[in-house]
Design a protein around this ligand. Sequence first.
Ligand SMILES: C=C(O[C@@H]1C=C(C(=O)O)C=C[C@H]1O)C(=O)O
Length: 355
Amino acid sequence: MDFNLLTEKIEKHFEEGLPFVVYSLPNQKIVSALLQKNPELSTISELTDNGFVLAPFEYNDSAYFIPENDSEIVSAELSENTIELTPVPVAENASERKTYLEKVQKTIDNIKRRRATKIVISRPKDFPLSNFSLKQLLERLFGAYPLAFRYIWYHPQTGMWCGATPETLVRVETDSFKTMALAGTQSFCNSEKVSWGPKELDEQQMVTDSITNSLQRVTSVLKVSNPYTYRAGSLLHLRTDITGILKRGKATLTKIAAALHPTPAVCGSPQKFAKEFILQNEGYNREFYTGFLGPVNENGASASLMVNLRCMKIENNTARIFVGGGITIGSQPADEWQETQNKMQTMLQVLAPML
Ligand SMILES: C=C(O[C@@H]1C=C(C(=O)O)C=C[C@H]1O)C(=O)O
């Protein structure tokens, strides 16, 4: 199907108030959509049905789901012409900045008292939209970030969620799996040949160690690459690829997702303290930001679950963009603020003509 036709179908479906998800895997031109034929809100605890799962940050074995069985499945190929993006200036709000700096400082103080080695702190930022267009959102999102996992999820009861995430939680293909440790951020300034300081290298190693530990029980072979620089739009991250073979019988998709989520890339280490700290101190509900999402196929034997980063929720003509960063002992509050300002650009540049 032609992408324009797919867009029209999705727009019509949205106007009827029916749930849908449309997505494209990293580095792929195929855009797939599940158009649910009824307005029900399905939940799933065992990831053994075919469809698309959306799990919140506070995942306790239950996630939202668009089942393939109840949906029309359509796909289209994207054309070559990619969307050119330009930075969108954001006025600094002094009181938001102060609140965030204080939160980051409090986090650093807890890390200094050895309560944790890393905690990911985040914030939402709301942008009023003067002329929202789903058609434009689809064209810009899918055209702009070919290397990311791009998606728009809509359900009348969850609102519209949209993102372009660089981070894989886990990809499973029968017995083999792929995941990654992604941490450390700097702006992309025309070159991917950059150096990383000890703060970023340590933070990234921490994420790698935690992921490999979590996977020990369910894997029979585990391979870890060296860390390398990975570009995500206007940002650069440090990335390590972790691949391997799953233990037969022991590793269901549900078990792997529960073992990995939330990784220290979005929560912290130790996980229990970091999660409690986030819930008590962040001062807002992350909802699906830093949760996971993606298609589940072959009754869970094949799946691409992604971490929900560089995302936003669109509701009542307002886009709420979610941004955060990992805090460690070496973090500087002002730099962390700037990092969230930079991360905001990923979604803001998609929204540019609608602001
Ligand atoms: C928390 C976010 O990103 C995470 C934090 C990173 C960091 O602290 O350097 C890098 C990539 C992600 O794992 C976000 O984008 O909101």
